[in-house]
Design a binder for this molecule. Structure first.
Ligand code: DAH
Length: 323
């Protein structure tokens, strides 16, 4: 009986090691063939004392069916294993961890900002990067000979188009195709022929906001910006409205924020100028509203303590992995 047990272990390990159909067949012949080990043991059964014959017979039968079944299983495994498996492939080695990407810090900042405005009922809309003179300047109350064109100057295409230098163009596009009331927010790229340094880039991102209704006032603007800036920078933030000039708003302000010492200019805003409403066919006696525009890089730099705007556009993974 002890020998039978050892025999079972032997068959088991030889079957486990077999790596093709041929060696499985060899094992079958060795143990179950006409001259196989088990076959010969069956033949010897007759010479065993009757008292032990029954027990030994049962054990032999059990071993035989065990062997048949492991051989059958092995053949099935071999048949389903993919062909041409590289013998050097070691499935027990740890895998190669896939590189998981993440959102660019500018994208994260845009989403964070838009999130706040969406909750305030604003709809996210899109414009164009290649624009017309009308949308970037004329309709925004910046006539050809007006000196404030200089501040928003841009790149021009051969065919008379231009790369928009402000997302304010989306105000015009939205009002041209929709009727008031309107509450939209428009994130996107803008372009200016600026020399690149730590705080300037020829391409950066802005988010434009526009709300138009029958009686949308400057205090609505203040309320919205108050909620927004506190959500973004925390409840301890202080805000200041400084009179300013923008051609497309009247009155216009620049909004500064402070955490205690010093003020930082953060965004431009104001009540939409009646001339802009006229340019898109709205009646300035029927509607009023506010607009604002902010630079995304500026907010991201403040939020994450980044000192150089160029870091955003160099695609250096050591920088990008930190967000
Ligand atoms: N378009 C302005 C810029 O690029 C930002 C701006 C200021 C947008 C005031 C506005 C606004 O909508 O009301 O500097």
């Amino acid at each position: 009986m002890t020998d039978l047990h050892a025999l079972q272990e032997e068959i088991k390990s030889r079957v486990a090691e077999a790596c093709d159909v041929h060696s499985v067949e060899q094992i079958r012949i060795t143990y179950l063939g006409r001259k196989g080990t088990l076959t010969r043991l069956f033949q010897k059964l007759g010479s065993v004392k009757p008292a032990q014959r029954r027990e030994l017979g049962q054990a032999l039968n059990a071993l035989k069916s065990y062997s048949e079944s492991v051989l059958r299983d092995k053949l099935r495994d071999l048949a389903t294993e993919p062909e041409g498996l590289d013998p050097a492939f070691d499935p027990t080695l740890p895998g190669v961890r896939p590189c998981v990407g993440r959102l660019h810090p500018i994208t994260q900042t845009i989403r964070m900002i838009c999130d706040v405005f969406v909750r305030l009922g604003f709809e996210i809309v899109d414009g164009r990067e290649v624009e017309t003179e009308f949308h970037n300047f004329t309709a925004l109350n910046i006539p050809l000979d007006h000196p404030s064109r200089d501040a928003f100057d841009t790149f021009y295409t051969d065919t008379g188009g231009l790369l928009r230098s402000q997302t304010s163009t989306v105000q015009i596009r939205q009002m041209q195709k929709r009727k008031p009331p309107l509450r939209v927010i428009a994130p996107g790229k803008v372009f200016r022929p600026d020399a690149v340094d730590a705080s300037h880039s020829f391409m950066f991102h802005q988010i434009e906001g526009l709300m138009v209704d029958r009686d949308t006032t400057f205090s609505d603007l203040k309320g919205i910006l108050h909620v927004f800036l506190r959500k973004l920078f925390g409840k301890n933030i202080r805000m200041r409205y400084r009179p300013h000039f923008f051609p497309f708003t009247e009155p216009s302000v620049e909004v500064d924020v402070s955490w205690g010492k010093g003020w930082l200019e953060l965004l431009g805003a104001g009540q939409v100028d009646p001339a802009v409403f006229q340019a898109v066919g709205y009646d300035p006696r029927q509607v009023q509203g506010f607009a604002f525009g902010l630079g995304v890089e500026r907010i991201a730099m403040l939020k994450y303590g980044i000192k150089d705007i160029r870091l955003f556009f160099e695609n250096d993974l050591r920088f990008l992995r930190q967000f």
